[in-house]
Design a protein. Structure first.
Length: 393
């Protein structure tokens, strides 16, 4: 979607601040992730995971049997716990980190009678192994933080890109002469538009549906006059129905009548209701809009073709003064100053006061260059880091 220059210009200082903060956060997150990855790599991925898993199993055993295997209550639970905990330790790989911590805990629990304090002490014995699970948690947290930082950079880059598009479009108005009086172009267009709307309204309200639909069919040969083609059954209606001599408003009124009442007004009530009634929305939306000239108007060449097509059609319903008005507009397009008028009018209509001020002060181009430089800074930083940018979005 093209930028809307009626909006206030993007705040470059704010964009720079946001971008710098996003890049700083990304660098910090990347360094944290690398640090955690380095710690894990120094031990070995498989060993860290194994130690964390075995620690979790050991803690689960302690939690599960602390009540049932202590004191003199449940001898079976005590034996079962001893077998499972000591078996866990005996099956540990020799190379697993902190194996000694598991062995110390097993030795502590290998006694005839266990108390809750023994379980608490065993947990303390295993504390060195807990660091490996914490290390994996830290890695996940670092990965999440990195993903969040990447999204932040993505959003900052998108904002900068949108701002660049805004200023590029604004700079296309750099040649605007703000001293030009736009009324020399806007007033003739407005006069024509008002006149053609008046004529078309009268044509729509008073002419037969045959005349109006025939006119719309005729416009299909003129590509710049963008009326929607009439539905096929309406085209058939004007050729087949004896009611085609009535106006559109009259027929739409008839279409609301009940069957018995309509019999008194329409020669072919059924055909009227199944065509005019069915296409009420299409008929009610007809207007002179496709014959109107936009403000600001299109380029000279396009407007010349448009006015030529419109003049060929206006003779079917418009007054002479309406045709004279569009000829006046057409004549202006051949003047050397037309583009200057058009550009000034476009700037007046399409650009906010703040954006026009940037153009007047010759600051729009500098703003665009500053943003392009900021975008290069982001892209350079992204190239430095082994990441695929588009997967962050």
């Amino acid at each position: 979607m093209a930028p809307d220059l009626t909006d206030a210009p993007p705040d470059i200082d704010s964009l720079k601040s946001t971008t710098e903060r996003a890049l700083s956060n990304l660098e910090a997150a990347r360094e944290q992730k690398q640090a955690v990855d380095g710690e894990i790599a120094s031990v070995g991925e498989s060993m860290v995971v194994a130690a964390a898993d075995e620690y979790e199993r050991a803690i689960q055993l302690l939690d599960s049997y602390q009540d049932s295997a202590t004191g003199t209550g449940n001898f079976q639970a005590y034996v079962e716990f001893q077998d499972r905990f000591i078996g866990l330790v005996e099956e540990l790989p020799e190379s697993i980190p902190e194996r000694e911590a598991f062995e110390v805990a097993a030795d502590r629990l290998d006694q005839r009678r266990l108390n809750r304090s023994d379980f608490e002490a065993a947990r303390e014995d295993l504390a060195p192994v807990a660091t490996y699970g914490e290390l994996l948690n830290q890695r996940q947290e670092a990965a999440d933080a990195l993903a969040s930082a990447k999204r932040e950079v993505s959003q900052a880059r998108q904002a900068v890109t949108e701002a660049i598009e805004y200023y590029k479009l604004l700079c296309s108005y750099s040649d605007v002469d703000f001293s030009v009086s736009t009324t020399a172009l806007s007033e003739p267009i407005s006069e024509y538009n008002d006149s053609v709307h008046q004529d078309f309204t009268e044509f729509y309200e008073t002419a037969s549906i045959n005349s109006v639909i025939s006119f719309l069919e005729r416009t299909e040969s003129f590509p710049l006059i963008s009326y929607q083609a009439p539905p096929q059954d309406l085209s058939q209606f004007i050729r087949q129905s004896p009611d085609a001599g009535d106006s559109i408003p009259t027929l739409l009124e008839y279409a609301d009548f009940s069957g018995s009442k309509l019999d008194h007004y329409a020669a072919d009530p059924a055909l009227l209701q199944t065509t005019v009634g069915v296409h009420r929305t299409y008929l009610e939306r007809l207007s002179a809009e496709p014959l109107s000239i936009s403000i600001p108007p299109p380029a000279a060449g396009k407007l010349q073709f448009f006015t030529s097509e419109a003049i060929s059609l206006l003779g079917r319903f418009a007054r002479e003064e309406t045709i004279a008005a569009i000829r006046t507009v057409r004549d202006i397009t051949f003047e050397p100053v037309y583009n200057k008028y058009r550009l000034a009018l476009a700037a007046e209509v399409n650009i906010s006061d703040a954006a026009r001020q940037l153009l007047k002060n010759k600051r729009a181009e500098a703003a665009k260059k500053e943003l392009l430089s900021l975008q290069e800074t982001i892209d350079s930083a992204l190239d430095t880091w082994p990441c695929t940018f588009n997967v962050w979005i």
